[in-house]
Design a protein around this ligand. Structure first.
Ligand code: CA
Length: 247
């Protein structure tokens, strides 16, 4: 199926079950996305490099190369195209979340096509939706550029997924403010999610793992998470006032 350019971008659907491809393609097109299809992992890698889709909807159980390996190879090659995983079993969810694969979100089969479209839109909003204004957030050795999405620790670039970046930036924009997991799911993931608090915990752990000692995220026990206020640094909002609704 050829890619059809649309204003919302082309989504590469990687799925070997024709009935699922059909229902996803129908719903994605209705939502204004262009759709390209790969029916196995090898084709997914080739197409991702040739058509440069806005995002992948990536089934895990695939012929030739499975979805997890497709994601691993893309990330290893420096390709951070947003990925929405489709999983069939709980143990696949564990593999997606447990490894630092750089998945942006996942849905579990059987899914409603509307949920898939909503999740995808959420992923793309997180990639594109950083407002202008403040462009550089700093915390000690950590620098987060909201315009370029570049994250550095002591000048060394750290690669974050779109979701990890959005979570970190969201917390750092309001230093000292404690967010519950539910607030973070709503603010960062941005949809009525079936994923639970565990999703937030896993992404926080991944950000911490990547940033190491430079991570500003602290756990507020039995409440949620907050970014520490920058030590001796200017207020990142530039207005001179600290957030008022924090801890
Ligand atoms: Ca499959």
């Amino acid at each position: 199926m050829p890619a059809t350019p649309q204003t919302r971008g082309v989504v590469l659907v990687v799925e070997d079950e024709p009935a699922i491809v059909d229902v996803l393609a129908l719903n994605l097109k209705a939502a204004g996305y262009g759709v390209a299809v790969a029916r196995d992992g090898a084709a997914a890698l080739t197409l991702t490099r040739s058509i440069r889709p806005s995002a992948l909807i990536l089934d895990i159980g695939l012929p030739t190369i499975d979805g997890i390996e497709v994601c691993r190879r893309l990330r290893a090659s420096g390709d951070w195209t947003p990925i929405l995983f489709v999983t069939a079993r709980d143990d696949e969810v564990d593999r997606v979340l447990g490894l630092e694969l750089g998945a942006d979100d996942y849905v579990t089969k059987p899914f409603s096509p509307r949920e898939v479209v909503a999740r995808l839109t959420g992923v793309l909003r997180r990639v594109r939706g950083v407002p202008s204004g403040t462009t550089l957030l700093r915390h000690g050795e950590l620098a987060v550029d909201l315009t370029s999405h570049r994250v550095e620790v002591s000048g060394r670039e750290v690669a974050l997924t779109a979701t990890e970046f959005a979570l970190l930036a969201h917390l750092m924009r309001r230093p000292g403010v404690v967010f519950t997991r539910e607030q973070l799911l709503s603010d960062v993931w941005g949809y009525a999610t079936t994923a639970g608090a565990r999703t937030v915990d896993v992404h926080v752990a991944q950000v911490r793992g990547k940033l190491g000692h430079a991570s500003p995220i602290r756990t507020v026990r039995s409440v949620g998470y907050a970014a520490e206020r920058p030590r001796g640094a200017a207020d990142p909002h530039g207005g001179g006032g600290l957030a008022q609704d924090g801890s």
